[in-house]
Write a new protein. Structure first.
Length: 269
């Protein structure tokens, strides 16, 4: 489906954890065609000081209701303004944008590593994997139980879940990289599996090292600022680990991603 700008009604918006909101919009066609990893760019209405659209991963879909959800944290002026919307309000949305996670039929297991709001694209991924026969293992980390969200949805989607919080208020105390390291070390090296990743930059950098250590292929969705959403502003560069044959040293998160093979890129603070 080609990208388009549409005016969509807000169906619901509610706070699902401390400072974290789930926004549901009515978008029947997108609810049928969206794939995990893709994103939409939302124009914040009635705010002349916010010139650029804000990008948000597609969080989940309901093709029966014709709705699409995004999950976001209030972190700045744009997200704060978006959180103030109510059912019945209208939003100008550009979508669907970007590429998506991919996998092959011969995989035995899909491993997901998500930190905080990095969980956002993986509800849709697990929806897509609902009838997939392989094993699904999710490593999910939050700062605290106050930021933990999506537990009910995740519980219904069939993934084995390892949960950590930095303060120990829910699940294991610490970072998800510790149990993930232990788990990857325990696996049969002959098994076919893929790891999908999203989260804060330090976490993604650490998980990248683990996938190198255990020689596990992985894909990551990056969260660079994407103003236009289709490559015109060149404002979301992603550095390549190795220059390409044509000398290219970076790609664009919105146009070439946001999903990339993990070992092909590097993370800069």
């Amino acid at each position: 489906m080609s990208k388009s700008v549409i005016q969509v009604p807000v169906v619901e918006i509610r706070e699902v954890a401390e400072g974290i909101f789930r926004l549901t919009i009515s978008a029947p066609e997108w609810s049928r065609t969206a794939r995990a990893g893709q994103f939409v760019n939302i124009q914040i209405p009635q705010r002349n000081d916010l010139l650029w659209r804000r990008p948000f991963s597609v969080h989940s879909v309901d093709p029966v209701r014709g709705t699409l959800d995004i999950l976001f944290a209030v972190a700045g002026r744009g997200s704060a303004a978006l959180s103030e919307h109510k059912a019945g309000d209208s939003l100008n949305v550009l979508g669907l944008l970007g590429n998506c996670f991919t996998w092959t039929a011969d995989l035995q297991e899909i491993i997901i590593a998500a930190g905080g709001l990095g969980i956002a694209p993986f509800i849709l991924l697990l929806q897509q994997l609902e009838n997939w026969p392989g094993k699904k293992t999710l490593f999910l980390g939050f700062r605290s139980s106050r930021q933990a969200c999506c537990m009910q949805q995740l519980g219904a989607l069939g993934a084995e879940m390892v949960l950590t919080t930095e303060d120990g208020s829910l699940g294991h105390r610490g970072l998800i990289t510790t149990p993930l390291d232990d788990y990857l070390a325990s696996l049969d090296k002959n098994g076919k599996r893929m790891l999908f990743l999203c989260g804060p930059t330090p976490m993604m950098r650490a998980v990248r090292e683990l996938t190198q250590k255990y020689d596990i292929p992985a894909q990551v969705t990056v969260e660079n600022r994407m103003a236009c959403g289709f490559g015109a502003c060149v404002g979301c560069p992603v550095e390549l680990a190795q220059p390409r044959e044509d000398g290219q040293t970076y790609m664009l998160a919105c146009k070439d991603g946001p999903v990339f093979p993990l070992q092909e890129i590097v993370f800069n603070d």
